[in-house]
Write a protein that binds this ligand. Structure first.
Ligand code: ASP
Length: 309
């Protein structure tokens, strides 16, 4: 049985000035997640660790580097799911948290609920001793500038969405040596979103899903479109019907494009360690580690490989 981790740093028209840092960031995150698997860690531990690395990297729109809503505030969504038990935890519209993915895991492990939102999620964070981070520590000067530039645009039109709004949400999927799969997704959402807007990233079956009977998926892209087609579950339903991971991802993204004009990207891994990374946006930074090889890419159909040293 082999162990695999796949990570993404968001599917959108990544500008050239962010391209190299995005690729470096996903490569580092995949290495970190794989190191957990190599030490016989669980898929759940691996995806949490990979996503935390991406949340800590200001290039990505999650944790440090999150985008601002119409009020100039950071509200983040995150989800984690264990394919062995279907246990899952999520937080939405949470503020002042450096690693929302770990808070989502705490919701899963320490409460009787699946999702906590807004002030309730923050109250819970406080009760379990998560240190609050001031908003200005999470916001980069790049985001401040971009928010000022675009704050008068109205979000929602897909064509504008792909070029004007960053959607460098992060995610990871993994299978461990025991054949268990897990997924995690984390985001600041879309710039200039309405206060209280919750996207796909924290919604079970949309921004992610994990089930040992089929596989684990993490999604990125236009959240409202992903929600409408329940993208993660849609992909896994095609896998359950015998489609390959590439085919299931491709036809589901194509369906989302045709049915609701949404673009996005997905990563998937199965308990048998088949994996794929697929997107319909201009670019998506992704990386995967399988055995001793690191794969990565940014452009459509790009698949570079490097031996892990
Ligand atoms: N799906 C995220 C959202 O709509 C955005 C992204 O993938 O970057 O909140």
């Amino acid at each position: 049985m082999s162990a695999v981790i796949v990570v993404h740093g968001g599917a959108w028209a990544i500008p050239n000035d962010l391209a190299e840092a995005s690729v470096d960031g996903v490569k580092a995150s995949a290495r970190e997640g794989f190191a957990v698997l190599q030490k016989n860690g669980t898929a759940l531990d691996a995806v949490e660790s990979a996503v935390r690395a991406l949340e800590d990297n200001t290039v990505f729109n999650a944790g440090h580097g999150a985008t601002l809503n119409t009020d100039g505030e950071v509200e983040m969504d995150a989800l984690i799911m264990d394919g062995k038990t279907l246990a899952c935890g999520a937080v939405s519209s949470v503020k002042n948290i450096a690693n929302p993915v770990s808070l989502a895991r705490a919701v899963m492990e320490k409460t009787a609920h699946v999702m906590l939102t807004d002030s309730g999620a923050n109250q819970f964070a406080q009760t379990i001793g998560v240190v609050a981070v001031p908003t200005d520590k999470l916001v980069t000067s790049y985001e401040m500038k971009e928010w000022e530039k675009h704050k008068n645009y109205v979000t929602g039109v897909m064509e504008d969405f792909n070029t004007l709004w960053p959607h460098d949400t992060v995610g990871a999927v993994a299978v461990d040596y025991a054949g268990n799969v897990a997924c995690a997704t984390s985001t600041g959402g879309i710039r200039n979103k309405m206060v209280g807007r919750v996207g796909d990233s924290s919604t079970v079956g949309c921004g992610g899903y994990a089930d040992n009977f089929s596989g684990a998926v993490s999604c990125t892209g236009h959240g409202e479109s992903i929600l409408k087609v329940t993208l993660a579950r849609l992909i896994l339903s095609h896998v359950e019907q015998g489609k390959s991971v590439e085919e299931a991802s491709r036809i589901s993204l194509q369906y989302m494009g045709e049915r609701v004009r949404g673009a996005g990207g997905v990563i998937i891994v199965t308990p048998m360690a088949q994996w794929a990374s697929t997107f319909t946006t201009e670019r998506m930074a992704w990386a995967a580690v399988e055995e001793d090889v690191l794969y990565y890419g940014l452009e459509p159909h790009e698949k570079q490989r490097e031996h892990l040293s």
